[in-house]
Design a protein. Structure first.
Length: 196
């Protein structure tokens, strides 16, 4: 956790010289997560959630940088066959750094990298839950793209797709099977001080 806070501080400091202001906020919402890649036909979307904090750093009137620190419940639902379903639960602490470009009043598009730190990994068959953290890599890389609408009151709404770039599999067969986290997120947030 200390390393993550240090990273956010460095990012904020690096833009401070040109920044016109920094706004802090919170966000939360729904995840529609799945696993892509090799032999992923048995995976389907898992509905879960995310929540976290944001820091908006204005570089100009039309451009800003927004680092975030977000808890995100990801993974996928699994069809085990024979009518048995379960969940692959991969929980991360994600650090996205989004470049936001305002395209109209209140509306912006955003794009940027994300690094995720694995918190827990469990396979649930509906009856039993097994810890599989030893078979999942501790770091996850993704590229995010999305849209955001911010109201003058500080309330904002967003939609984002995080495309996995790194293999989540760890262990002996990780070179043979490559799978990635893919997550569509919808969120609602609030930026403190905007409505004053």
């Amino acid at each position: 956790m200390k390393k993550l806070l240090l990273i956010m501080a460095v990012v904020a400091f690096s833009f401070n010289a040109n920044a016109q202001g920094v706004d802090f906020g919170v966000k939360a919402g729904a995840n529609f997560a799945t696993i892509g890649g090799d032999e992923s036909g048995d995976f389907s979307s898992r509905t879960s959630f995310h929540f976290g904090v944001t820091a908006g750093i204005a570089v100009s009137d039309k451009f800003s940088v927004q680092p975030e620190l977000v808890y995100s419940a990801q993974g996928a639902s699994i069809d085990y066959g024979g009518g048995d379903d379960g969940d692959l639960k991969l929980d991360y602490l994600n650090l996205p750094i989004m470049a936001q470009f305002q395209v109209a009043e209140g509306f912006s598009i955003e794009v940027g990298p994300q690094i995720g730190f694995l918190l827990s990994a469990k396979a649930d068959d509906g009856d039993n839950e097994e810890d599989i953290k030893d078979f999942v890599k501790g770091l996850d890389l993704a590229a995010g793209v999305g849209v955001n609408y911010a109201m003058a009151s500080g309330l904002n709404f967003g939609a984002r797709y995080n495309l996995g770039l790194s293999n989540v599999n760890d262990g002996e067969d990780s070179d043979d099977f490559k799978n990635q986290n893919n997550v569509f997120q919808v969120s609602i947030g609030y930026i403190f001080g905007k409505g004053k």
